[in-house]
Design a protein around this ligand. Sequence first.
Ligand SMILES: NC(=O)c1ccc[n+]([C@@H]2O[C@H](COP(=O)([O-])OP(=O)(O)OC[C@H]3O[C@@H](n4cnc5c(N)ncnc54)[C@H](OP(=O)(O)O)[C@@H]3O)[C@@H](O)[C@H]2O)c1
Length: 172
Amino acid sequence: MEITLVAAMDQRRVIGRTSGGGIPWKLPVEAALFRDYCRGKVVLVGRVTYLEMIGWFERVGAHPLVLSTKKLSERICTIGHPAEIPEAAYAIHPDCREVVVAGGGRTYAATLSMATRMLLTEVRGSFQGDVNFPEFEEQDWTVVRKTHYPRNLENSSGFTVIERVRSLHSPH
Ligand SMILES: NC(=O)c1ccc[n+]([C@@H]2O[C@H](COP(=O)([O-])OP(=O)(O)OC[C@H]3O[C@@H](n4cnc5c(N)ncnc54)[C@H](OP(=O)(O)O)[C@@H]3O)[C@@H](O)[C@H]2O)c1
């Protein structure tokens, strides 16, 4: 099963902020790429991000799976450990081939070692925030695609989407 980490970060790896919550930029084109990527898939999020995104999964036709040591509700599939991802994903979708990990910081850190792909958006500029994407060894990954999006009337910053797959020699 493919496990794909999907995140957007600034040039200092900032992905969000704990006080005030949320993502510190507004990039509608990037948000649309993310939404389209998640549609129909099982999407793992940490409890904090799930509560920030409540209602979003239903709107885009994604299947949420929440990482939490607490039971949120009977209706929400929850796992207490990342090792439970495959079993939970097959229970949600018997022919599931890919789980998207959509944050936040602690959830990316907890799943990085299991990830087989990463789809990371690098937003140009520096933003206020205290939640970061975890450090990773560039040598463990092979860049297979890089797409640049310019700053324009819609997007207040330019950004680059970089797709990486785990390299064959990596210790994964
Ligand atoms: N820029 C982006 O691409 C992006 C994407 C998503 C989110 N974000 C931002 O990220 C921020 C939230 O990130 P965050 O790190 O504070 O929270 P988070 O990862 O969304 O959720 C943290 C919670 O996940 C559970 N968890 C995490 N690791 C676990 C493990 N190994 N085992 C069991 N449970 C685990 C815990 O839940 P319990 O406490 O219930 O046990 C923990 O409190 C927000 O600002 C959000 O906007 C940014």
